[in-house]
Design a protein around this ligand. Sequence first.
Ligand SMILES: C[S@@+](CC[C@H](N)C(=O)[O-])C[C@H]1O[C@@H](n2cnc3c(N)ncnc32)[C@H](O)[C@@H]1O
Length: 222
Amino acid sequence: MELGDPNRVLLLDEVMLGLCGEVQGKEVLDAGCGEGRFCRMLAARGARTTGIDPTATLIQTARARQPDGIFHEAAAEALPLADASMDLAVSYVALVDIPDFRAAIREMARVLRPGGRMVVANLNGFATATTKFWARDEDGNKLHWTMDNYMTERAARAEWADLSIINWHRPLSAYMRAFIGAGLTLEHFDEPMPKPEVLAAHPGMQDYRRMPHFCTMVWRRP
Ligand SMILES: C[S@@+](CC[C@H](N)C(=O)[O-])C[C@H]1O[C@@H](n2cnc3c(N)ncnc32)[C@H](O)[C@@H]1O
């Protein structure tokens, strides 16, 4: 995170902050907060943030980096929070990491006050159903994105840098049914694209037009 993940810095941060809107004085949950980066960004805008993550080292780091923030070492499937206690719930590229995403979505809906919103960024099913990322010709040129068994929910190990994690693949319909089943109403859906000035400075991001890695959503608890 300290090196600046391009997906976040160049694409998702601005979109997610815009979707969160005015957060001054609001109670905001970040479910799957990692080392607390987005909590710090929201707190800098006046939010009262609560971050939860089951990974102990990440929560320790989040506490060290935001001593006045509230952080719980907990899973999103069983939030240690009261009903209707949050104005806003954020899930920033975390649902793909969560084993029981249906329970997590139900729990986030439970802790939202009526009228509260859930702001979500997640990896698209096209990304998580990949078999070998890009198919290439003999010169190494990208031909097309590879994916298969799109409708089959499954866990897959993803490895890069010195990390090895489980990413869950689910089709978009599985996520949408879970949000609708939790009683939420969809207010926004998008597959955000880099802005022209970002594309000009980072031509490699043209790939997003061929294969959009992320979707963003806003759901409201009626
Ligand atoms: C891709 S990281 C995103 C972290 C953070 N939201 C960010 O954008 O930097 C996914 C996070 O989900 C967390 N996670 C894994 N299982 C979880 C669960 N059951 N409930 C909540 N978070 C979970 C991981 O520990 C990790 O911090």
